[in-house]
Write a protein that binds this ligand. Sequence first.
Ligand SMILES: Nc1ncnc2c1ncn2[C@@H]1O[C@H](COP(=O)(O)OP(=O)(O)O)[C@@H](O)[C@H]1O
Ligand SMILES: O=P(O)(O)O[C@H]1O[C@H](CO)[C@@H](O[C@H]2O[C@H](CO)[C@@H](O)[C@H](O)[C@H]2O)[C@H](O)[C@H]1O
Length: 436
Amino acid sequence: MLTELLTGWMTHQRWFAGKGRPIDGLAVDSDVELAPGLRHLIVSVRQNGARDRYQILLGCCESDLPDRLRHAQIGDGLYDAAHDADLTGVLLEAMSDGRDIGPLRFRHLEGVHIDSSPRSLVLGAEQSNTSLVYGETYICKLFRRLIPGVNPELEIVNALALRKAAHIAQPYGWIETDLDGEPTTLAMTQEFLSNANDGWALALASVRDLYASMEESASDAGGDFSAESFRLGTATAEVHHEMAAAFPTGVMDAAEVRRMVDDQRRKLEQAVAEVPELAEHAHVAEEAYRRVAAVAHDVPVQRVHGDYHLGQVMRTPTDWIVLDFEGEPGQPLAERRALSSPLRDVAGMLRSFDYAARHLLADHDAAEDLLPRAVEWAELNRSSFLAGYSAGGGRLRGEDAVLLRSLELAKAVYEVVYEARNRPSWLPIPLAAFGH
Ligand SMILES: Nc1ncnc2c1ncn2[C@@H]1O[C@H](COP(=O)(O)OP(=O)(O)O)[C@@H](O)[C@H]1O
Ligand SMILES: O=P(O)(O)O[C@H]1O[C@H](CO)[C@@H](O[C@H]2O[C@H](CO)[C@@H](O)[C@H](O)[C@H]2O)[C@H](O)[C@H]1O
């Protein structure tokens, strides 16, 4: 039976959020034929009284599954059609035509043309979503776990594209349906940056060079990244400026700042309860939060990226491009769309430089000797990023230092929980943030 096959298969997928918890029930809420042999399913999974919805492209094959699709098999004659380039072209065609297929709406951005001829491949790094790369032209991200509402990434990238903003990948189209009466994004298609490297890989290459070199300082070594960090800072300020122009902005007054601090304290308490290793460092965050509350003043707020780190930016031959404006995965949509200080993103990227510097030390024989270099690399790039941010018009005043420090520690608290859940051997990286 289909529901049984899906239960067995879904629980083993990278994007299935409810791993490790028993499934109380699974139901197919919507089943739409997109083309012969291709069905679009929305499936509800009940676990511990909660319900999560996922989307699946179901391939149906009457004969034996060809070898090229065997890894995507769900059951006899059924498979994950995201992996079948013979079928996925229909997604681009339908977006290009602006079709409605049953309750699914395929749309494209006004004035853009979508070429539906390139064939797709699933991007290797499948995580919480599944991305299909069409030729060297488009990337279509299928949001696997569905949260009712317009996805913030689609909302922000479309708004910035309308303003012809720099530093984003051109959006082309999207798929939506109604869930709980709300238009809900199922997928979005953007320009694929075929000739670009992600910031994390570039930063790590620089750190590796530094560790391998006999040079004395980060700025003398072959892998100096600080000019890139500066440009990234400038690009970040420009993206913030565009987001402030495209969406409402506001001011958080002192009372709201104190409420934000209360929320940070709550998250810190929850994190300590979940990850006992954090307990001995908690006083560092508490002190930083206390200082923010003590000097609380008006803070400008706006839409922000929300989960900003080196893995979310790509360097093309000419530019830094910002991706994935979805906010922190797992947070409620309202929180991810809420206005907040752009310094949250600045803090996120500062943390990321620290991550890049330290993560290669974990298994390194000479970790102790290299630590001062790691710290120096991180400091150099963090300050270059901040200088670039200011040069690009980003607001960074003396009075913001206390807030920035507390936002960095709040991000480190989030990272402690993230690493404990997903990559326990990386836990020492965010824990080190409380020592300086
Ligand atoms: N427009 C794009 N062009 C090229 N590669 C991309 C593009 N968008 C995403 N990627 C690649 O996919 C990876 C994950 O993308 P992301 O949007 O951050 O997905 P996720 O939400 O699953 O983290 C990026 O680090 C990058 O390597
Ligand atoms: O990119 P995602 O939206 O999936 O973000 C989540 O995963 C990130 C890890 O890939 C995580 O980022 C943390 O690790 C990065 C190195 O892998 C590092 O550059 C970041 O600074 C650090 O926060 C992110 O926090 C999480 O939300």
